[in-house]
Design a protein around this ligand. Sequence first.
Ligand code: A4P
Ligand code: MG
Length: 176
Amino acid sequence: MNKARFFCHSFQRPAVAAYLSLGSNMGDRQRFLSVATSLIAAHPDIALECVSSLYETDPVGYEAQADFYNAALRIRTTLPPCTLLRFCQSVEHLLGRRRTQRWGPRTLDIDILCYGRLTLQTKHLTLPHPRIAERDFVLIPLREIMTGIGLPTASVRLVKRDWYKSTCLGEEKAIK
Ligand code: A4P
Ligand code: MG
């Protein structure tokens, strides 16, 4: 991580730790998560701190769809939460996300799980994310980032540990 660049862009606001959940169940799922992670890492006001292992997960909510790949990220950012959400949605859009069905198949979903200790409920953003506690595909990668131990289950299976390599956009902002 290039801290000088990070702080140069963000001197106005203190950086806040936030956790993101990434999911994909269409096309080359690992590639969608990998490119999304690289785009997040490349943002001048975001420092990527930690990436969970890659997990393959049974679909939840709407079950008649392909299995997902899921992962979680820890970032530090000076972006306000609504700007972070818009940025995440722009990455989803860039990677072909089309909203045709709630909880339906998607090339990429990025949810903000929490943003510091902020609690917020607006039309477009709820923090912490309201469904964290119900979902093992979120909790298991998140627990891995927080404790170092993911504890996979039958429905949330470990695929790869070091799946993310920050090669797409150069090594300047490679994680620690
Ligand atoms: N929104 C509100 N709060 C947030 C937040 N904290 N982070 C709003 C992100 N978005 C937030 O999301 C719908 C709206 O939620 C957005 O317009 C945003 O303003 P969406 O991404 O358009 O649609 P969605 O993802 O289908 O809906 P939602 O409610 O986010 O669904 P979930 O809870 O993300 O569930 N099964 C497996 N195994 N793995 C998965 O990743 N994902 C889902 C989607 C269902 N089943 C899954 C998986
Ligand atoms: Mg979503």
